[in-house]
Design a protein around this ligand. Sequence first.
Ligand SMILES: [Zn+2]
Length: 421
Amino acid sequence: MPAPYSSPLAEELGPAVLDRLLRYVRVDTQSARDRTSSPSTPGQLELGRLLVDELRAVGLDDAEQDANGYVFATLPATVAGAPVIGLLAHLDTSPDESGTGVEPIVHRDYDGGVIELPRRGTVLDPERMPELLDAVGHDIVTTSGDTLLGADDKAGMAEVMAAVAYLAAHPELPRPTIRVGFTPDEEVGEGASLFDIERFGAVCAYTLDGSSAGELQDETFTAAAADLVIHGVDVHPGFATGKLVNASRLAGKILAALPADRAPETTSGRDGFIHVYSVEGGAGTATIRAIVRDFDDAKLAEHVAVLRETAEGVVATEPRARLELDVRPQYPNMRVYLDERPEVVAAAEEALRLEGYEPLRTPIRGGTDGSVLSARGLPTPNLFTGGHEYHSVREWASLQEMAGAAAVAVRLAGVWAGRAA
Ligand SMILES: [Zn+2]
């Protein structure tokens, strides 16, 4: 069995990372869709204020929360002439599972068996979650079984905080100016929308928002959303003969006609998909909401065309029915922007190797703040956090992997300091 910590540095950072994670997950920061202000929920402001206080306490005196709930702070350089870099994590947790009353449990020296949690019969079973077997001998943090943990992304946040606190306490270590940023509403796709890149003032940034140890992600899906509204003809069913055109039945036919091999449950790796995530309606009108994803823009357009042709084909069988289709882009694959600045990913690879990790270059079957930030001019790849099974009551994190991620952030500072002009 490999040593649980990736380095003495990680072992030193471990207790601080755990302490911070356990504190941050107790603040309910679940975000809400269809927000009318930023952030979407008050808990994110509360956690942001706590972070401002903690950043100032470790010496990042300019820490502040802006009007939209973003927390920014600066750790000044100890070498001259190095580019300013950013470290980012997000404040919110997923709307898909409760984040209220999170009571984390630490399981020391995990033995590789089934972990039974006290509430809701929730079980972590290595048969179904093989990543647990990579964490044998680690200290594992879980929920009590009836909430998410919030390691997504409070593990990332705890790692950024522990790394900057360590660097602040070690001015003898060469480092560039580091800008810290904590963003609201990432889980509802708004983390980057009000991010003030100008004010942030970094040449590049790294989100700590990945999962398995060693992950370095420079590629996300390109994403679009599609709403289909089917208009039928609603008539009292007692007088409906030859008159009623049932929009919900047409919606059902569209769903049945969509290709089964282009769904998230039947695709993996680099294949894209069409995902219907909501269906609602009555006899008169029905609405199907879907997201469409691919790594390749041309293939994304093809999935959208399949969706359109399928819906149009079904609705065309009933001349009195009508279809409205609204397709809008959501976020781009960040790869094209990061390819223009190869030194950004190269620095992360170097930092990972210094910490003993072989970089795992997995494409993200989703998006991150980095997708939009990279497109807006702040190249931002994503690094692992050591959290797993995100957005579920089975969410867990390895202390040793989290400490390793914090150590990678410390080493990243050294790598960029070495690039001083
Ligand atoms: Zn996340």
